[in-house]
Design a protein around this ligand. Sequence first.
Ligand SMILES: Nc1ncnc2c1ncn2[C@@H]1O[C@H](COP(=O)(O)OP(=O)(O)O)[C@@H](O)[C@H]1O
Ligand SMILES: [Mg+2]
Length: 231
Amino acid sequence: MIQIEKLKKSFRTEEVETLALNNVNLKVETGEFVAIMGPSGCGKSTLLNIIGMLDNPNEGYYHFDGQEVGGLKENQRTKIRKGNLGFVFQSFNLIDELTVFENVELPLIYLNVKKSEREQKVRQVLERMKIAHREKHFPQQLSGGQQQRVAIARAVVTNPKLILADEPTGNLDSKNGIEVMNLLTELNQEGTTIVMVTHSDRDSHYAHRVINLFDGQIVTESQNRAIGVQL
Ligand SMILES: Nc1ncnc2c1ncn2[C@@H]1O[C@H](COP(=O)(O)OP(=O)(O)O)[C@@H](O)[C@H]1O
Ligand SMILES: [Mg+2]
């Protein structure tokens, strides 16, 4: 699904140029669950954002489902993103002015799904994430764990091939964190490919494979023996 070769990304500010990714090679097969780990500032989010087509690399190749996407313009990337990719972030990134229902409905509006179908899909995914009883609430009226379940509902309502998660349990207590990891594992077992950035050793055990980044480079890769373990 993902094939990245000799990828480089640098950021230029007024005085300095930071090389965030330096010659990264990475393959992710359909159906895999991959964790990316490494110290703060090593390039994890930059890599995830490029995989998620939120940003372009400076050099190298990125093939998504056989198509070169690293050099696409923003509007072309948006087109591929919609429907194919779902995002989950540490800070949930829900829209405060919209209700739970409306937050989850938004990606379907972008895809021009008609109203009756939207309602059915949103209700179904809210049930599944056990948050249907809060559909009229606003994000600020929910606990962190509930907000992340809404964010996951929003990420999966379009039935994406790939879910990208950047420290999805970073702001959660361990009970809610484990619940989120179990939800991601379930989605993976149904065939959704997952790439997740994490600081947590516990969370990394849910992945099939762990990639360690250091200073913008992949330094080690390890295969987890137990696949999809439930703690
Ligand atoms: N938009 C940006 N502008 C300038 N520098 C950035 C930007 N995004 C990331 N960086 C720099 O790139 C490096 C990698 O950042 P990041 O990918 O966010 O690391 P991580 O997620 O592993 O903590 C850091 O040195 C960071 O300061
Ligand atoms: Mg980060």
